[in-house]
Write a protein that binds this ligand. Structure first.
Ligand SMILES: NC(=O)C[C@H](N)C(=O)O
Length: 271
């Protein structure tokens, strides 16, 4: 749907959401959206995305930050990434053990020397409390200056091997932003990493395809190649249209502009 800047769209992970109690997920998403949108008053899309994602990380409701799932050795290893479509600068952190991965990714992006840093230090944070039902989180924003920013943060996949890194911190896979479009992906990293769907959406949009059609066609392509149940994506274009597509049962998501906030979990379009 076409909205107008500033606008933010968020997801709480593509997955099998049927029969789950969605109250805490929905209210955390809504609050994250509200806080992210509030940042447009003083900052850019960068602050909006980081604030929304770090709220979700701290909520303990999602598989990100304090709610991160554990690997096969009972430890938490988190990944996150962020990209600024205006400058094509990107920053990611992998194997993070403590703190806010998205804020650490922002530091990497701001420093500008490297794109991906593995943390490999710090004590395991003992306050993790996985299992509240939420999944990977992501946000994409467009501000009044036309800056598009996309970010994603995750604890990865439950029971993963130590050192495993998924799609979420990889530009073009878990997130991507240009002057045209921004995307955050979620789903099975081992599938997403082989398709680079976030980059593909930008390529399609650069060829004149509408954001909604681009997201739909990339998700359908993944379904044809790998079957269903493995991907979801949200996006924003430079025109302010927002869209979400997934091949899982559901994907909690909210979008907000200056007129309204709207949240959905299962099939349906923002109106
Ligand atoms: N649920 C997710 O989105 C997990 C994430 N894509 C990963 O593979 O690490």
């Amino acid at each position: 749907m076409i909205s107008s800047a500033p606008v933010i769209i968020l997801h709480g992970g593509a997955g099998y959401w049927e029969g789950k109690n969605l109250d805490s997920v929905n209210s955390a998403l809504r609050e994250a959206s509200r806080r992210g949108f509030e940042e447009f008053r003083r900052g850019s899309s960068i602050e909006a995305v980081v604030e929304a994602i770090s709220f979700m990380e701290d909520s303990g409701v999602f598989d990100a930050g304090k709610g991160s799932v554990k690997n096969s050795e009972g430890e938490v290893e988190m990944d996150a990434g962020i990209m600024d479509g205006k400058t094509l600068s990107a920053g990611s952190v992998v194997l993070v053990r403590t703190g806010s991965p998205i804020r650490k990714a922002l530091e990497v992006m701001k420093k500008g020397k490297h794109v991906i840093i593995a943390e490999r230090k710090g004590n395991w944070n003992t306050t993790f409390n996985s299992g509240k039902g939420g999944d990977t989180v992501g946000a994409v924003a467009l501000d009044l200056e036309g800056r598009i920013v996309a970010g994603t943060s995750t604890g990865g996949i439950s029971g993963k091997e130590p050192g495993r890194i998924g799609d979420s911190p990889i530009p073009g896979a878990g997130f991507y932003a240009t002057e045209r479009v921004g995307v955050s992906s979620t789903g099975i990293g081992e599938v997403i990493l082989r398709v680079l769907p976030a980059k593909e959406v930008d390529t399609l949009v650069s060829m004149g395809i509408l954001l909604d059609d681009a997201l739909n066609s990339v998700v359908n392509k993944v379904s044809r190649m790998f079957g269903k149940g493995n991907i979801g994506m949200i996006g924003v274009s430079k025109y302010g249209d927002v869209s979400a597509h997934f091949n899982t049962k559901g994907m909690p998501r909210c979008y907000q502009n200056k007129e309204k906030i709207q949240c959905l979990v299962f099939d349906g379009d923002f109106s």
